[in-house]
Design a protein. Sequence first.
Length: 331
Amino acid sequence: MRIQTLREQGFGAKAIVSAYEHKQWKLCTVKSICRRIDKSGSANERKVGSGRPKIARSAENIAKVQELICSQDDQPGTSKSTRQVAQHIGISARSVRRIAKCDLGLSAFKRKPVQVITEATRLKRLARSKSLLRRLTSQKLKRVFFTDEKIFYLNPPVNNQNNRVWSSGKKRKVSAARLLVQRAKFSPHVMVSAGVCYNGKGRLHFVHDKAKINSNYYVNTLLPKLIEDCQNLMNSDFTFQQDGAPAHTSRQTQEWLGENCPELIKKDEWPPNSPDINPLDFHVWGQCLISTKSTIQSQQRKKNSRQCWRKSGMTCLRDPYRTQFSQLGSD
């Protein structure tokens, strides 16, 4: 128990020394501490500003860190990392982190990679989205058949942040088989094509191994199967949707769809770079990836993908469908 606590409980200096004889405290020292507690309310005699002076966390360095570590309002992405700031100022990276956290009250957030969208693309997205909102009422939207292709890699990427090996010895004593993660330069993969709508989902179509998705393959192999899925779900009353992939926007594909579809969202009508408004992109493919990510054999990956596709019920499709398009409709 601290001397200050004992003093606050009414103990005198002699009583404290007697209670803790094994400490071998001197009576004069305990009396001095008791007088300090009675006078200031604390046993600490450290004066304000005492101790080792701050060298790295000076006002000048704090101002430099604030200028370098934060992006300027009119120049996003101009901030430097803590190591770059430390090298520029001439202090340690640890001091930079302390200045940012303790002196400036900043918090660090991890950056997320996103696709580059130019101003022209933004304007085109906005114009086409408004046009689709005027064209697709809530009832017509339920007749849209959304299609997409997806590549599932047999060797999924490894997160190096949490891929660790625990060992009681030193690193050099751990076998290389445990430390090294082998990956092929060109990872084998399985490519699938499918379509969904408000009333259900089509079949899962696997692209042939080493097949190139060009206009001929898309028109002769995939499109007839996708149109058959549309007709099975909605008879002849549907609107066919596809993204802006080269095989989708070619003249051959557009002419074939014009002849075989009652209604089509043409290549110059769908907003570019907009996976966030396709249910397959923003929901279904992610669920399939989670269900099949531990599979490393091609045939087993296909089998698991089919099982996941069959198990995905209408609630799995309709919930994100309602949420996303109700938000778009309210913009």
